[in-house]
Each structure stands twice: as structure tokens, then as C-alpha cells.
Design a protein around this ligand. Sequence first.
Ligand SMILES: C[S@@+](CC[C@H](N)C(=O)[O-])C[C@H]1O[C@@H](n2cnc3c(N)ncnc32)[C@H](O)[C@@H]1O
Length: 268
Amino acid sequence: MEVVASKTRKGKLLPTNGVFSSPVFLALSLQLLAFIFSYLLYAADRWQFGGVLSPYVLLAIHASVAASLSFLLGMSWWWWLIQFAFPFALVVSLVFQLHPGFSLFVFLLLVLLFWSTYRTQVPYFPSKSSLLPCILEQLPARSDLRFIDIGSGFGGVSISLAKMRPEQSFFGVEVAPIPWLVSWFRAAMLGKKLRFYLLDYQELDFADFDVVFAYLSPVAMPALWEKIRSEMKPDAIFMSYEFKVPGVEADLIIKSNPNDPDLYVWRI
Ligand SMILES: C[S@@+](CC[C@H](N)C(=O)[O-])C[C@H]1O[C@@H](n2cnc3c(N)ncnc32)[C@H](O)[C@@H]1O
């Protein structure tokens, strides 16, 4: 673990363009464009060559066009994969005549797992365990310390810290039902000073906490910083794993391993 930068001067938040459009609609539009393109190709092939292109080649072209457009329009890398896999998944479900209940089950599972990712643009993925010593080193030793992970997923960060600092209080809030339920259950089993709530962090008052930890996404950071600045108490600590606040220098930047993301730390 290494402190790679340390600054005491805090910057102001720079204005951002703030045009907020949901990627899910863009993704669907690009699938439609790819479908139109591959259909025109199919029609031209039939007209000119009597239909030499196999349906699987057309499917691969459709998938590649959708993924390439997503890449060219700057969508995140996981969208390229989703855009490529989506037409294949659709065809597989038609060819194998999967029961509609199966698709509904998979859909509901994904909804409960990812919930409002289409709105928050923050999917679930866990932070690395190498992060924990970096957080721990920054946590004041006071026994009345209150730490919260906003977007706590399956609860890993708060649970691990609660085991190491049993006298302090650890919380998590999560909007997606399945991860929250698992974290709630894990906390109930452990019986430490540990609580998880099914809640949007925007409904919290950050003044109730001494340390706020976030592992969200670049999209969430500007509005989150405004909330941090207006609500957190002086001397409280805000930490963000991997994602900077645009235009605001961190007081500390901590690197756990050369290939792992940085932990950004601000003292309010
Ligand atoms: C990248 S994961 C991080 C999980 C965990 N904090 C960790 O470090 O392993 C982000 C989580 O934030 C949740 N999330 C996104 N927006 C949220 C919001 N507004 N309120 C609460 N949770 C949110 C997502 O559902 C997702 O589980």
C-alpha cells in the first residue's frame, strides 16, 4: 500500500455539462439500427446473389455492428459485450423454444440483482480485498466512529471492517434487493455493530456519519460531491474507490497494488 499523492488544498467542483440520458435507450436504439442494417444486407444479398449469406453470418454482422456502434459512441465496455451477446441470446431462446417462464425468471433475477442500474448507471461489482487495509489505515480509532458504505452491494466492505474494528459502527445502504438481502442476512449472522438498509443513499443525511465510503461510477460523482460538501461534518472523511470527483483534488490518493484502482480520500 502506497500513498501516491497527498494534497491539502481542496478544489471547487467544476461545472459539468450534465446532459443525462439513459444508456439503456441508446443501447436499444443501436440494436434497432443494427437490425435495419443487417436486414438491408439480407435483402440486397437475396436480390443480387440469390441469398448466399447464411443467417448465422447475418446474426454475427448484426451483433458486431451493435457492439461497434456502442464502442464508437463511447458506451462503457460492458455495454459492448451486452450489445454483442443480446442478438445471440434472442436467437438461442427462439431456436431452442425456451419456455417464456425461463426468460421471465432470468429477467426478474437480473432486475432484483441490478435494480435501478439503468437510472443510477452504477452496476454491482465488488471492490478488491486489497482495498481494506487502505481504508482501515485512514479510519480514526474512536470507538463511537460511524462508517457507511453507500452502495454496499453484498456488504463485503462494511462486514470485513466490522470484524476488524468490533467497537465501531458500520452501515451500508443498497438499492438492489438481492444484494441487500444477502448483506442483511450476513450482518444478522455476525451480530456486530453492523446494519444494512434497503435505501437510496440520496435519502440519507451524511451528517450522521464520520466516514462515507463510495464505490459507484464516474456518472455519480459530481452530484455526490455536492451532497458530501453540503452535509458532512467538518473533519469527516469521504473516500471513493477508483472514481475521482471531477475538478476536485483529493487530499490523499492511496494505491493498494500496482494494478488495482486507487482510493481517493478527502477530509471535509
Ligand atoms: C460497484 S458496486 C460496489 C459494492 C460495494 N460497495 C463494494 O465496494 O464491494 C455499487 C453498488 O451501489 C449500488 N447503488 C447504486 N446507486 C445507488 C444508490 N443511489 N443508493 C444505494 N445504492 C446504490 C449498486 O446497486 C451496486 O450494488
